[in-house]
Design a protein around this ligand. Sequence first.
Ligand SMILES: N=CN[C@@H](CCC(=O)O)C(=O)O
Ligand SMILES: [Zn+2]
Length: 403
Amino acid sequence: MSTLITNIAELMTQDLEQRVLRDAAVVIDGERIAWIGAAGSAPAADDAVDAGGRAVLPGWVDSHTHLVFAGDRTAEFEARMAGESYSAGGIAVTMDATRRTSDFDLTRLAIGRVAEALSQGTTYIETKTGYGLDAEHEARSARIASTIADEVTYLGAHLVPAGSDADAYTEEVCGPMLDAVRPYASWADVFCEEGAFSEAQSRRVLQACRDAGLGLRVHGNQLGEGPGVRLAVEFGAASVDHVNYLSDGDVAALAGTWSGWDPAAGTGTRGTVATCLPACDLSTRQPLAPGRRLLDAGVQLALASNCNPGTSNTSSMAFCVATAVLQMRLSVHEAVRAATYGGALALHRDTGHDDDGERAVGSLAVGHRADLHMLNAPSATHLAYRPGMPLTYAVWRAGVRER
Ligand SMILES: N=CN[C@@H](CCC(=O)O)C(=O)O
Ligand SMILES: [Zn+2]
């Protein structure tokens, strides 16, 4: 079954050439993109959709969320808006609520969050554990996550639960908890920050998780300059996320990780993506991550929602893109790229064609997965020009029209 989508005013491919086509068309065949080009030379298909002069871009790739949780933290948010500062301790409130919630309800809540994200154009999503914080509950969160998200990250090293010794807990994260979670996760993460895990503890977690065959990610440099970025680079992590407080050395180190990577050809070794989380920055009243500075230095950038009940209770990638343009001084094309291709790069899902097991996501090219986001607007510029407006008009995920 093939579908021709034609009369596209602006087709932002985010492919390797970063092409933006006017008066364009796309043919979807099954789960793959079969053809892209000028509307006037499009081949016939079984079915046709008239885009009516709207814009089409890749579905969002949200590479950083925490969707398996129960409860909310409205009171903490209100206190923050009244002047309190964010600290990692609030995670314990969500841990309590999450542990008390049944499998059925936890799954139902997480499914609802994924559905909300999909309805806003997110077609590929990562999510983390991190609100279970013992072997039983972390494994349960990972199992549920594996049924609702595309990528699962183990974040047992999110907070040391009250009453636990930090080093003893770190050993648990690296031992029984890791064993229990391993069947469900392909990534591991650590919150390397004052009040969470120290450099030595983070190093221990990264080493153990790498030895267990997990890809690595780091929550780093969120609340102050610290070792997070350095560790991420040292361990060849796929991403370091938050990156609000960066030294010149951090920025240079991140840029340096991309020297063996040829983005035009998509060949070589990927470095460490810097993932900016603008909705979180606003909700915690932190200075925005320096996206412009990172891009100018040659760092590969992702934008993600960081949807979670503590610091960023939104899955709106459009909001992140608008903020990145309006406040972080990215161009619309750069912001959309970071929220699509950048997320795919951070999840190692940026490549893959017909012969590979997995199709690339986050960019529109022949053979890639047909994840498309049609806006009710003639160009992607409207994402920033009309911030907060419901611009998602249609969504295809792996070739299936979801909205
Ligand atoms: N910073 C660490 N973890 C989450 C927040 C978790 C929470 O406060 O519940 C984040 O990415 O912002
Ligand atoms: Zn996070």
